[in-house]
Design a binder for this molecule. Structure first.
Ligand SMILES: Nc1ncnc2c1ncn2[C@@H]1O[C@H](COP(=O)(O)OP(=O)(O)OP(=O)(O)O)[C@@H](O)[C@H]1O
Ligand SMILES: [Mg+2]
Length: 407
């Protein structure tokens, strides 16, 4: 993660710069300053990896400040921005090492920041705690959970997989409810005492979205440590959330969390597609019945229209053994129809699943020894190809295999 401090006294250009930076997943906007004369102090306190100085508000003051910075912090890479080439040249003479001509596009900014990172030995370690690894390695992993039809257990699996991942003390996990109109992940995960900020509020304020606001939106389920970003309160608000919002929000969340689990709608909306594109793995939830299996085939075919999407799909059969849903179709037959191995099977286990939902606590807390939780624990292990350390009362099941090479 590259920690950046910016200074630009002109509010409009500062906002655009900040918006641009917030959309870059390896950037952490450490400090933002509106006065050249305060920037030196800001640098002193925040010690960023890169300082970005917009020159146009007052070139003389900006250049003078850059001179001071280069004396005190000769190793700090300074990137200047201006539409005045003369001023950019002067900034280099004063000690800046990089410049971009205003207006700055995302590609130019990305190229400049990567170059800075490459030439300055990469980012420095700044944070401690569970979120460090995601922040500093960018190794955050994203799992999208998609249902093959309504009611197959998408939310149940998303919530409980996320809670199982959260139980590992080396993880920081979050669940994002992208079932924007009819989402109900917050029922299964009762959180109290948090502000009611939903994904619609983030979308509404996307231009001003920063890490503080994002953090306030992430309600925490204290018993498991799982964070949740809720669906919009009002159904009509779902329309406010666009795919670009989802992209920016997920990119920002990747900075703070090691594991993101996304509960998708079944409508394949642009927001769902964005989530599917960004995900590392797509868990496609099905049951052993015709309508669901036929949709698995249709979905895999449809996702195949876009590069990489179908390859990321892992089919999970839920409610295995439920007489009420199964139609005499065997797992073998299902695999033949789908044309892909079934990645995992979760047993039908009504009592703990309903009990956990009513209690508002994930299975790992409500019924850690239940067959369904053991299976979800196994799923987490299989996904990551390694044991997932269970929480105090969640014992793992044996086995599992790494899926990165297996399909
Ligand atoms: N493994 C399971 N064993 C028993 N019951 C289950 C299991 N998984 C899910 N259920 C039950 O199935 C019902 C639907 O589950 P869930 O809400 O998770 O499905 P969904 O696919 O998210 O539905 P929707 O289409 O409304 O989003 C719930 O009543 C839940 O308790
Ligand atoms: Mg659901």
């Amino acid at each position: 993660m590259q920690r950046i401090a910016i200074v630009d006294p002109t509010e409009s250009t500062r906002e655009s710069l900040r918006t641009l930076l917030l959309g870059i997943d390896f950037v952490w906007l450490e400090a933002e300053c509106a006065r050249y004369e305060y920037f030196f102090e800001v640098i002193q306190q925040s010690m960023p990896d890169v300082a970005i100085v917009a020159l146009d508000a007052n070139k003389d003051r900006a250049l003078q400040m850059i001179g001071q910075l280069s004396v005190e912090y000769p190793k700090l890479p300074v990137l200047t921005i201006s539409h005045d080439h003369q001023a950019l040249l002067q900034s280099l003479q004063k000690g800046a090492k990089y410049f971009l001509t205003h207006p700055v596009g995302l590609e130019d900014m990305l190229a400049a920041l990567r170059r800075i990172q490459g030439e300055n030995g990469g980012p420095v370690e700044v944070q401690s705690g569970a979120t460090t690894s995601a922040r500093n390695t960018g190794a955050s992993s994203m799992i999208a959970v998609l249902g093959s039809r309504g009611g197959v257990g998408t939310t149940t699996l998303a919530v409980n997989l996320a809670a199982t991942l959260a139980a590992d003390p080396t993880h920081a996990a979050a669940l994002i409810d992208l079932d924007l109109a009819l989402g109900d992940a917050d029922i299964a995960l009762e959180v109290n005492g948090f502000e009611n900020i939903s994904i619609a509020d983030l979308a509404r304020n996307i231009e001003r979205l920063d890490m503080n606001f994002l953090r306030r939106a992430m309600a925490k389920h204290e018993p498991t440590g799982l964070a949740i970003l809720r669906h919009p309160l009002e159904i009509a608000e779902g329309g406010i959330v666009h795919e670009q919002h989802v992209e920016r929000i997920l990119n920002l969340l990747k900075i703070s969390y090691t594991h993101l689990v996304l509960d998708l709608s079944k409508c394949l909306l642009p927001t769902d597609l964005m989530a599917l594109r960004m995900a590392d793995i797509i868990l496609l939830v099905a049951q052993l019945e015709l309508a669901s299996l036929r949709n698995v085939v249709r979905l895999i075919h449809s996702l195949g229209g876009e590069e990489n999407l179908a390859d990321k799909v892992r089919v999970v059969i839920n409610r295995l053994g439920a007489d009420s849903v199964e139609e005499g179709i065997s797992l073998k037959k299902a695999e033949e129809v789908i044309g892909k191995p079934i990645f995992w099977q979760v047993p039908n286990d009504t009592k703990p699943v309903i009990g956990a939902r009513v209690a508002g606590h994930p299975l790992i807390k409500f019924a850690p020894k239940s067959r369904v939780q053991q299976s979800i624990h196994g799923l987490a292990q299989a996904l990551y190809g390694k044991p997932v350390t269970a929480g105090a009362d969640g014992k793992g099941s044996k086995g599992g295999w790494g899926f990165f090479g297996k399909r």
